[in-house]
Design a protein around this ligand. Structure first.
Ligand SMILES: [Zn+2]
Length: 482
C-alpha cells in the first residue's frame, strides 16, 4: 500500500457517533470525515473531497479508538497459559523462574501478536508495560514489533530482573533511549515502568530522577496486595515524585490517605478489573476512586490470563463497581435504587480516560482537529446489533471485539470489513509458535505442564445437611440447634 493510498481521505457515513467531546455529544445518522491524520469534520450529510473512501456506518456505532494504559504485551506469546494462576504463581513463573528464558525474539513475538490483537479490537493506543527487558536487545526487539504494526503505542520500559536504580543507570539503557526514543513520540510514546517496594531507604529514588531528567512519566503497580502498599505511595509523595503524569496501576489495596495523595497530585489510576478480580491485587477500585475524584483509565494487564480487549474491561468494571455498591448497601441494610456508575462513564474511561492518563489532549474524542483514531462497531451478521437504543450501553454491555468492523489509526484504515489491512497474521503465528517451542523445550515438559496446571487446594466437602425426606426450613433448623 502506497503512502498516498493509505492516507486517502475517508468518511464514515450514517452512523451513531459517540463523539466523547466535553459534552459527550451523541449524533445519529451522522458522518465522520478523516483527512490526513486528523478528524476534519463531524456531522450529518458531510460533503467530502473527491476520491474520499466511503465506509458505510449505518446501523453501527462510530467512536474514538480505545486506549489501554497497561498491557504486558511480551506475555501475549503465552496467551491463556496462566488461566488458573494466582498472582503468586504469576510472580514465581515470570519473576523468579521462567521469565529469564525469554530471548529478544520472544519479546518480539509477544509484542507483535499483542499489537495486532490490540488494533483488531479497536484499541488504537496501547501502553506496552514492558518489564521483560533484560537487555537493550530485548528493548530493541520490543520496539521493532510495535513499529511493525500500524497502531499507536507507548513503551513503558521496565526490567523485573534488575533493580530500577541499576537498569536506569546503565549505559546500554541510555544508548537505547538515544537511539530509539529521541525522536517524535506521536506514534511511540515513552514511560518508565517500575514498582516501589516500600523499603524505607527508597532505593527507587535514582530511577525517579532519571525519569525526571528524561521528562518521561513513571507508571507503577501500586496498591497490589502482598507486593506494594501505602508505604510506596508515601515515599513517592515525600520525595516529590507524584506528578499529574504518574500512572498508578491497580491501586486496589490503598488507604484513603494514599488516595488523597494521588488526588492532590493529579495522577490517574489504570484499573484492570479482569485482573484484579482473578489475581488478587485487591477489589477493583473504581467505587473508591470515584469517591476521591481520581481520574480512571482502563487496562487489560496481560493475556497470559485474560482477554485483551476493552469491551471486556468496560463490562467487568461496570459489574465490579455495581456489585460492590450493592454489597456495601446490603451490609447497611439498604437497597441501591439508582446505579451510580453508568455505561457512559466506562466508555469515557476506555477512550478519554486513557488519553488524559497519557497527557494526550489530541486523542480520545471525535472532534475536528484531533488525531484520527476511529472505531466502527457494526456487524451485519449479528442479531446483537439491533435494536440500537442506548449506544453507551450497547458498547459497554452488548458489543464485543468481533463486532469491530473498521479501525482507523492516525488517519489510516487498518481494519475494514472485519479484516485487518496489510497485516501478516500468518507470519505472526509462526513467530509465536517458535517462541512457544523455545520456552516449552527450555522448561521441559514436566515444568511446562505444572506451570499451566497449578495444584487445586484441598477442600473438605461437608455432608449435605439438607434432605428431601425430613424437610426442615432454615428457621426451624436454627431453632432446633439453638
Ligand atoms: Zn501489570
Amino acid at each position: 500500500m502506497s503512502e498516498s493510498e493509505a492516507r486517502r481521505p475517508v468518511v464514515l457515513r450514517g452512523g451513531t457517533v459517540l463523539t466523547l467531546d466535553d459534552a459527550h455529544t451523541v449524533l445519529t445518522d451522522a458522518d465522520v470525515l478523516v483527512v490526513d491524520d486528523r478528524i476534519a469534520a463531524v456531522g450529518p450529510g458531510l460533503s467530502v473531497p473527491d476520491g474520499t473512501e466511503e465506509i458505510d456506518a449505518r446501523g453501527g456505532i462510530v467512536m474514538p479508538g480505545m486506549i489501554d494504559t497497561h498491557r504486558h504485551m511480551w506475555q501475549t506469546a503465552m496467551r491463556g497459559y496462566g488461566a488458573d494462576w494466582t498472582l503468586t504463581q504469576y510472580f514465581v513463573w515470570y519473576y523468579l523462574e521462567h521469565g529469564r528464558a525469554f530471548r529478544p525474539e520472544d519479546v518480539y513475538a509477544g509484542n507483535l501478536v499483542g499489537a495486532i490483537e490490540a488494533v483488531d479490537a479497536g484499541v488504537t493506543t496501547t501502553v506496552d508495560w514492558s518489564h521483560g527487558l533484560q537487555t537493550a536487545q530485548h528493548a530493541d526487539a520490543a520496539v521493532d514489533a510495535l513499529q511493525a504494526v500500524p497502531g499507536r503505542f507507548v513503551l513503558g520500559y521496565g526490567n523485573i530482573q534488575d533493580a530500577p536504580a541499576n537498569w536506569t543507570a546503565s549505559p546500554e539503557f541510555r544508548d537505547f533511549v538515544d537511539r530509539r526514543m529521541s525522536g517524535d513520540r506521536d506514534m511511540l510514546g515513552f514511560q518508565l515502568a517500575f514498582d516501589v517496594t516500600g523499603d524505607p531507604a527508597f532505593p527507587e529514588k535514582p530511577a525517579f530522577e532519571v525519569a525526571r531528567e528524561l521528562a518521561v512519566p513513571v507508571t507503577t503497580h501500586a496498591g497490589v496486595w502482598g507486593a506494594t502498599n501505602d508505604d510506596g505511595i508515601r515515599l513517592m509523595h515525600d520525595h516529590g515524585f507524584m506528578t499529574p503524569e504518574t500512572v498508578y496501576v491497580h491501586a486496589a489495596t490503598l488507604s484513603a490517605d494514599s488516595y488523597h495523595r494521588i488526588a492532590a497530585t493529579g495522577g490517574s489510576v489504570s484499573v484492570s478489573t479482569e485482573s484484579e478480580q482473578s489475581a488478587g491485587q485487591g477489589y477493583p477500585p473504581t467505587w473508591a476512586l470515584r469517591n476521591h475524584g481520581i481520574p480512571v483509565s482502563l487496562s487489560m494487564d496481560t493475556t497470559v490470563w485474560w482477554s485483551g480487549d476493552l469491551f471486556s474491561a468496560m463490562r467487568t468494571t461496570l459489574g465490579a463497581d455495581r456489585s460492590r455498591e450493592h454489597l456495601e448497601a446490603h451490609a447497611r441494610g439498604e437497597t441501591v435504587t439508582h446505579a451510580a456508575l453508568r455505561s457512559e462513564q466506562v466508555v469515557d474511561w476506555a477512550t478519554r480516560g486513557g488519553a488524559r492518563s497519557l497527557g494526550r489532549d489530541d486523542l480520545g474524542s471525535l472532534e475536528v482537529g484531533k488525531k484520527a483514531d476511529v472505531v466502527l462497531i457494526r456487524n451485519e451478521h449479528s442479531p446483537v446489533m439491533f435494536p440500537l437504543l442506548n449506544p453507551y450501553g450497547h458498547v459497554a454491555l452488548q458489543a464485543q471485539r468481533g463486532d469491530v468492523e473498521a479501525v482507523i489509526v492516525d488517519g489510516r484504515v487498518v481494519k475494514r470489513d472485519h479484516r485487518l489491512v496489510g497485516i501478516d497474521l500468518a507470519g505472526a503465528r509462526r513467530t509465536v509458535e517458535a517462541t512457544v517451542d523455545h520456552l516449552r523445550s527450555t522448561l521441559g515438559e514436566e515444568a511446562w505442564e505444572a506451570g499451566m496446571n497449578p495444584e487445586v487446594p484441598e477442600t473438605k466437602v461437608l455432608d449435605n445437611p439438607y434432605t428431601y425426606t425430613d424437610y426442615r426450613s432454615a428457621s426451624t433448623h436454627e431453632a432446633q440447634n439453638s
